[in-house]
Design a protein around this ligand. Structure first.
Ligand code: ADP
Length: 549
């Protein structure tokens, strides 16, 4: 097409805001895209065949085109929403017409208002197209090769023997280039065909195209070739070619009809060996499950990292809560110690009995402070792996009786009874007595702390096959179900708004660590408002006789 026509089409594409369009030449014999913008020629193969059929069978109208399935399918594929078709020029003598087709994403792009603006430019286009065809016919333009530097022929005769140069050009191509006559027989093939298909040039010439294609491909290939001959546009298809020694080689073929006026003389085509492309596709297919698997692992790792991050965040939160709790726990006894000491110091006339009472308070608060510091130190020692068990063999029942004795005064203050039931048999165990004492002391102290006045605490000692079992129940305030899984975690404290009791959230951590060090097991069950049960199992000693106590 000449520059004038291209300029006019450019203006039409701008004022119609179309995303693509083309000029179509349709006659009884063929359909041919003259120029196209915004899309490839191949995209409109099926639509052009349909338009050709309509043209032959009575005429193209926008309405019939829009209702056809071919058009609807194309609309989905190319994602346009409105469409325009108009006959630009008709050559009655040749029974040939030129149509313009426009495609836009906008739903109402070709409404009456816009159509008027387009139509005015179409009048110009129409006369330009008419003139172009007239000029073309006058000069008898054909599709002969275009020599970019015509003067070269005259200058040194380089292209004077252009037929042999053209043959060399064909042979230099790595692609399979061929021409079929109108019966489908090879009349020209280039050198690379013989390299790939193992046939000599003589063997190939005269063979029918279907002789070298896999039979199961025939119907599909015939349809593609038929389409090529009807529409006079380049058709692309994939086919397995059969070599002389029956190797199947995948090829991508592009072919086009050779026409003289309205007569089909033959078909020319190029074939690209796509073996390596197919191999890559197969390799990609093979690797796909591995890629999916790798992606899955990445997802898992990502969510694990997220989980770890949220654990770290939670730990940091709990740690800062601990720092503020422990400061509070330190400050309370310290305030009493300092307050009472100052009173004793500042008042020399303080009656001796009051002085004694104040000294007792100072002593008890000092002990509480020392216990607190010990708890925290013990826990960090165990955590740092710095603690070793100093084992001895003893009767665990007796040790528990001592713990109860230790907590009796605290329990009596709240009128809480502590019962210990166990069989008369000794419960011999080989363990670190001091640490186990501390652990049971902490468990029973918690029971007293979290049980209201007049409550009951019961400890049961059972002999299992290889273990000693201790069940400690109380009638205390219980632990909410949501908190139960976390009570053995460092610094974890059940939040009880309004009834906050002193504590640091390390007591149960220490208990669990001691039990673990002894290869035992501890579990907790609880019901809010009814009480809490801890079950503790420790391995029995193989020794029968106690050596301590
Ligand atoms: P704390 O020093 O805060 O008591 P612990 O590690 O000993 O820390 O206990 C952790 C949490 O478990 C406490 O905050 C407490 O609310 C809960 N708890 C432990 N024992 C009992 C019990 N016998 N009854 C009710 N709650 C308990």
């Amino acid at each position: 097409m000449n520059d004038l026509i291209n300029n006019t089409l450019n203006i039409i594409s701008k004022i119609s805001r179309s995303k693509c369009g083309y000029l179509l030449q349709v006659s009884q014999a063929r359909v041919n895209i003259l120029t196209i913008w915004g899309e490839s020629v191949e995209s409109f193969q099926s639509l052009n065949s349909y338009l050709h059929e309509k043209y032959i069978s009575g005429g193209i109208t926008r309405e019939t085109v829009e209702q056809s399935n071919t058009f609807k399918k194309l609309k989905d594929e190319l994602m346009f929403n409105s469409f325009f078709i108009e006959e630009v020029q008709s050559f009655k003598e040749r029974n040939e017409s030129i149509y313009i087709l426009l495609f836009s994403e906008n739903h109402s792009q070709f409404s009456e208002e816009y159509k008027d603006r387009i139509t005015s430019v179409l009048t110009i286009l129409s006369s330009q197209v008419k003139k172009w065809f007239e000029d073309k016919n006058r000069s008898g333009q054909t599709n002969e090769p275009v020599f970019l530097a015509q003067s070269m022929i005259d200058d040194n005769g380089l292209l004077s023997d252009w037929e042999s140069i053209f043959k060399n050009l064909l042979d230099a191509s790595p692609d399979f280039i061929f021409i079929l006559n109108n019966s489908g027989n090879f009349i020209l093939v280039n050198q690379s065909a013989t390299n790939v298909l193992d046939y000599s040039l003589q063997e190939l010439k005269g063979k029918h195209f279907t002789d070298i294609i896999e039979t199961e491909n025939n119907p599909r290939i015939f349809a593609a070739i038929d389409q090529t001959l009807k529409t006079n546009i380049t058709t692309r298809f994939e086919v397995n070619l059969i070599s002389k020694y029956e190797r199947l080689i995948p090829f991508e073929i592009n072919c086009r009809a050779i026409m003289k006026e309205d007569t089909i003389l033959g078909l020319l085509g190029t074939g690209k060996n796509i073996t390596s492309f197919k191999n890559i596709v197969d390799e990609i297919k093979r690797l796909k499950p591995q890629v999916i698997e790798a992606n899955r692992i990445i997802q898992v790792e990502r969510s694990r990292t997220r989980h770890q991050k949220s654990l770290i965040d939670e730990l940091n939160r709990v740690k800062s809560e601990f720092v503020s709790n422990i400061s509070h726990e330190f400050r309370t006894p310290l305030a009493s110690i300092i307050g009472f000491s100052e009173t004793i110091n500042s008042d020399p006339d303080l009656p001796p009995e009051m002085k004694k009472e104040f000294n007792n308070v100072i002593l008890n608060e000092g002990k509480r402070l020392a216990k607190l510091i010990n708890d925290v130190l013990d826990m960090s020692k165990i955590e740092g792996g710095k603690i070793t068990l100093i084992n001895s063999t003893f009767d665990a029942h007796k040790m528990i009786a001592n713990v109860i004795e230790n907590q009796k005064e605290f329990a009596d203050r709240k009128n809480i009874t502590i019962n210990f039931e166990h069989s008369p048999d000794q419960a011999i165990i080989e363990a670190d007595r001091e640490k186990l004492f501390q652990a049971f002391d902490s468990l029973i102290n918690n029971s007293v702390k979290f049980t209201n006045e007049n409550g009951r605490i019961k400890i049961i000692g059972n002999h299992l096959f290889r273990e000693l079992e201790f069940i400690r129940t109380d009638t205390g305030i219980g632990i909410p179900e949501k908190d139960l899984p976390y009570i053995f975690q460092k610094f974890y404290r059940v939040s009880r708004p309004g009834t906050e009791l002193p504590g640091t959230g390390v007591g149960l951590v220490f208990v669990k660590q001691v039990v673990d060090l002894h290869k035992g097991l501890i579990t907790a069950q609880s019901e809010l408002g009814s009480g809490t049960t801890f079950v503790l199992k420790l391995p029995k000693s193989s020794k029968i006789e106690k050596t301590e106590e």
